[in-house]
Design a protein around this ligand. Structure first.
Ligand code: GLP
Length: 305
């Protein structure tokens, strides 16, 4: 697991969008796993901008969304199909037939889950999986105690999720959903989880620092072979204190985002070759002063090596 720190929520969203854009540019036929939630909105806004201003091409890609409410038709504005159309699909040149969202209206939900897995396999598997995190630690709608071996299936949502998603559902949160399983997510070639805001700081620290637990589905990402967690400064708050003590266990990059696009592009393009700071240097940096501002004072473009 690689943890990438960004200053603001917008920086973190831009960075995440840039990772998606790079994946698409490297392989226009990429199979993208997409997520919903408020955290993703600025990511999609950015991707639309990249499509309009820099001709980012979606015409050959295929997408699979993580989840969908059960019993909510695709036309219903609270459905994740409608949400994806509104936030991204209607604004880029993706083919409608190449966009997939689990079928929450299926009579046989178990079969719909199996069919979704088959469709993912037929497309060649997911190259790049975008993830947010629920306040109960869910990824997709894999609520606490989801098996790490789970595949796409029906899930009953928890009261914590009702509360979190109420604002997006006009107060009427459906009680069940179809979701890719934890194992479906772990099978993706790369997973990128974006978390922003201080409300999720404690949760993020638990996910990153463990223990790995079925009570926290996102902690399964430690088993992912190529997982990137992108955090803004607020979401990283709890982590910083602990990283200072356990920094040898972490791989962290700091990118200079003050110069926006160029800096992000440059850093993202080469970040894989630069993301392995020695524990010592990170320890030194964070040990001296745990404040984020110290890290922000690094000269422009410098990363932790
Ligand atoms: C929903 C989705 C999750 C997403 C979560 C985050 O529950 N099923 O995939 O991670 O929302 O929501 P937000 O970004 O609004 O905090």
């Amino acid at each position: 697991m690689i943890v990438i720190l960004q200053k603001t929520a917008q920086d973190a969203a831009n960075f995440t969008a840039q990772l998606v854009a790079n994946a698409l540019r490297d392989n226009p036929k990429s199979v993208l796993g997409l997520a919903t939630g408020r955290t993703m909105e600025p990511v999609y806004e950015r991707l639309i901008k990249l499509h309009k201003q820099e001709k980012l091409d979606f015409s050959k890609c295929t997408t699979f969304n993580l989840d969908e409410y059960v019993g909510v038709s695709p036309e219903n504005p609270i459905s994740y199909r409608a949400t994806m159309q509104r936030l991204l699909f209607d604004h880029v040149n993706v083919r409608r037939a190449a966009t997939h969202v689990p079928d929450g209206m299926a009579k046989d939900l178990a079969k719909a889950g199996e069919d979704y897995e088959k469709a993912i396999a037929k497309a060649g598997g997911i190259d790049f999986q975008l993830l947010g995190i629920g306040t109960d630690g869910h990824i997709g709608f894999n609520e606490p105690l989801s098996s790490f071996a789970s595949l796409t299936r029906e899930q009953v949502l928890t009261p914590v999720t009702f509360k979190q998603n109420a604002g997006l559902c006009e107060g009427k949160v459906p009680t069940r959903a179809m979701t890719m399983g934890v194992a479906t997510i772990l099978a993706s070639r790369r997973a990128v989880m974006l978390v922003t805001g201080k409300k999720k700081a404690k949760l993020v620290a638990e996910v990153i620092e463990g223990p790995i637990s079925a009570m926290l589905s996102a902690s399964a990402l430690h088993f992912h072979k190529d997982c990137v967690v992108v955090l803004d400064a607020e979401a990283a708050q709890e982590l910083f204190d602990r990283v200072a003590k356990f920094s040898d266990h972490f791989e962290t990059i700091r990118t200079e985002l003050a110069k926006a696009n160029e800096a992000v592009n440059g850093a993202v393009r080469s970040y894989e070759s630069r993301i392995r700071p020695s524990g010592q240097k990170l320890q030194k940096l964070l040990g001296k002063d745990k404040e984020l501002k110290k890290i922000e004072e690094l000269p422009s473009g410098e990363t932790l090596q």
